[in-house]
Design a protein around this ligand. Structure first.
Ligand SMILES: NC(=O)C1=CN([C@@H]2O[C@H](COP(=O)(O)OP(=O)(O)OC[C@H]3O[C@@H](n4cnc5c(N)ncnc54)[C@H](O)[C@@H]3O)[C@@H](O)[C@H]2O)C=CC1
Ligand SMILES: O=C(O)C(=O)COP(=O)(O)O
Length: 527
């Protein structure tokens, strides 16, 4: 098997490259390239490991024909076009905790730096000015910290602030009252926070809701003398309004680690008194960088070599332990989806995926993803488990997952039922020896067939002589039959024939087969 190839395109701790190599990947570290250079290169890689500098745009994804996974050594993934990656079937994963302590500590460091004007005092002292009377700071003890966003980083900042004997007021619509009590913070709405806070720190992602959350209007609602720290994402604070408020003295100090446009090589804020900044250094400690590098490389290599999925943002997790168990089920699910897609794909509005017996003990999401991927191969060459649920949703397909713990005739079963203009159609399959996918039911008729390679599907009136006739037709056209699977509703009723053939059955042979006496349907299938 050829090794998966991974590109590390942002500066990352060398442990990442080592882990990729140790876990069986070929890895290249090529950082600082232009988008054009990356577009020219990306087609050779199965995995792309990034931090925040590489912007994974639609254009880059379009050139990434082999790409299976993007791994973000860090938290924020706003530099990745996730809908485009999902549509293309590329898994996007991050490392949601590896740098949170470090980033929380940076927020606290910046809070102290603005409270005591440390950067400016340092600069003037080193310039030989000894400005002992030029600086008067404030204590943080007893002050109120307004926390916007109380997730992983916000919670750590809150704990540190409480340790510094501050009061913490938090605004986060998803913070439950119980969790607020547990954290020792007061849950508040945004206006209350703005009115109460002596310091405000931000810890939310940049979304349509949080963009400009500290707008000019909201900044005007803050207490005079407030100090503001943004270590989360540029765009949360209106930078022009912040400049005006610092100039007027309403805001006593501000510290930004992140800017609306990065790299921020110029800004009206630069040079403003009581304004300090760092170049997106929130995650830049040795500890955090080792954490995220190890984690992203492990997650990506595991996905590329075993199919295990951890911390993916566009697909359900699948542990390395689960992945081998699920693999044969996913193969069965994809084959059943594909069979349904090839035989009954017109006007599909609903699909139900039922798992029974041993299959019901497994994570249902990958099974559903595989059924949908098989089903939609009829429409799309690039569909896979990652993008199939998105494509199904886009098409308005109603997808249901049903679990039956009981065992029926088989110890494990997956049944796929679609609702078509002709009514419900159902196929079911099992695993022989827990490994070999087998079709066991086709549109209400019991059969037993391996779905593999080129096949032919025939529905006919069950009557003597038919099998001979079809055998002769295929033989005359040089088509060798591999396996022959027959099922029927009742003697003399409707019969289904599934043949595996050594080469595809072409149109003229299918047409002749359709004209044989008693034949209702003939179709070539491929798996
Ligand atoms: N400066 C840097 O180098 C770093 C920045 N970050 C950024 O810090 C931010 C926070 O990261 P985490 O705490 O790990 O994320 P998280 O997902 O654990 O927490 C985010 C919190 O924001 C809350 N939130 C969402 N919408 C909100 C809204 N409209 N109003 C108020 N709260 C809202 C969520 O409910 C959640 O609790 C992210 O943007 C991340 O990218 C993370 C690491 C390093
Ligand atoms: O993890 C995050 O969200 C960060 O913003 C850290 O960014 P970086 O990896 O330092 O470019």
């Amino acid at each position: 098997m050829t090794k998966p190839r991974v590109l590390i395109s942002d500066k990352m701790d060398p442990n990442a490259a080592r882990i990729f190599a140790d876990m069986g990947c070929d890895v290249d570290v090529i950082t600082g390239e232009t988008p054009e250079q990356l577009i020219a290169r990306i087609g050779d890689y199965d995995g792309l490991a990034i931090r925040s500098s590489t912007k994974v745009t639609k254009e880059i994804l379009a050139a990434a024909t082999r790409l299976k996974v993007i791994g973000r050594a860090g938290i924020g993934v706003d530099n990745v076009d996730i809908p485009a990656a999902s549509a293309q079937g590329v898994v996007v994963m991050n490392t949601p905790f590896g740098n949170s302590i470090t980033t929380a500590e940076h927020a606290i460091a910046l809070m102290f730096a603005v409270a005591r004007q440390i950067p400016e005092a340092n600069a003037q002292t080193q310039a030989g000015l000894w400005p002992k009377n030029g600086f008067m700071g404030v204590e943080v003890t007893g002050k109120t910290l307004g926390l916007i966003g109380a997730g992983n980083i916000g919670s750590i900042v809150a704990a540190r602030a409480l340790g510094l004997r501050m009061k913490v007021v938090a605004f986060d619509p998803f913070l439950t009252p119980e969790r607020a009590v547990e954290m020792g913070v007061e849950k508040a709405d945004l206006d209350t926070l703005l009115a109460k806070a002596d310091f405000i720190t931000l810890h939310t992602p940049l979304t349509s809701e949080t963009k400009n959350i500290l707008s000019r209007e909201n900044l005007a609602k803050t207490k005079k003398g407030v100090r503001i720290v943004n270590c989360a994402r540029g765009g949360l604070v209106d930078e022009a309004a912040l400049k005006d408020m610092l100039d007027s003295g309403h805001v006593a100090g501000a510290a930004l680690d992140v800017f609306a446009t990065e790299p921020a090589k110029e800004s009206p804020l630069f040079g403003t008194p009581n304004f300090i900044c760092t170049p997106h250094l929130g995650a830049s400690t040795t500890e955090a960088q080792v954490n995220v590098a190890l984690q992203v490389a492990e997650q990506m290599a595991e996905f590329l070599t075993t199919g295990g999925v951890t911390n993916a943002l566009n697909m359900p997790s699948l542990s390395a332990e689960e992945a081998p168990k699920l693999k044969p089920y996913m193969a069965l699910a994809e084959k059943l989806g594909s069979l349904v897609g090839q035989l009954a794909h017109d006007n599909l509005t609903k699909i139900a995926i039922e798992v029974e017996g041993a299959a019901a003990q497994l994570n249902p999401k990958p099974i559903t993803g595989a059924v949908l991927a098989g089903l939609m191969k009829v429409y799309s060459q690039t569909v896979n488990m990652v993008n199939a649920p998105f494509l199904a949703k886009e098409r308005g397909l109603d997808v249901r997952e049903i679990r039956h713990d009981r065992e029926g005739d088989y110890h494990t079963l997956i049944r796929v039922t679609v609702h078509t203009s002709q009514g419900d159609r159902s196929v079911a399959g099992t695993l022989f020896g827990n490994a070999q996918p087998r079709l066991v039911e086709l549109f209400g008729i019991k059969v037993e067939a391996e779905l593999d390679g080129d096949m032919m599907y025939i529905v006919n009136e069950d009557a003597p002589g038919f099998i001979g006739r079809i055998g002769t037709l295929l033989g005359e056209n040089g088509i060798n039959i591999g396996t022959f699977n027959l099922g029927r509703r009742e003697a003399g009723g409707e019969a289904v024939l599934l043949l595996s053939v050594d080469n595809p059955v072409e149109g003229p042979v299918l047409d002749t087969a359709r004209k044989l006496p008693g034949v209702k349907t003939v179709k070539a299938l491929a798996f």
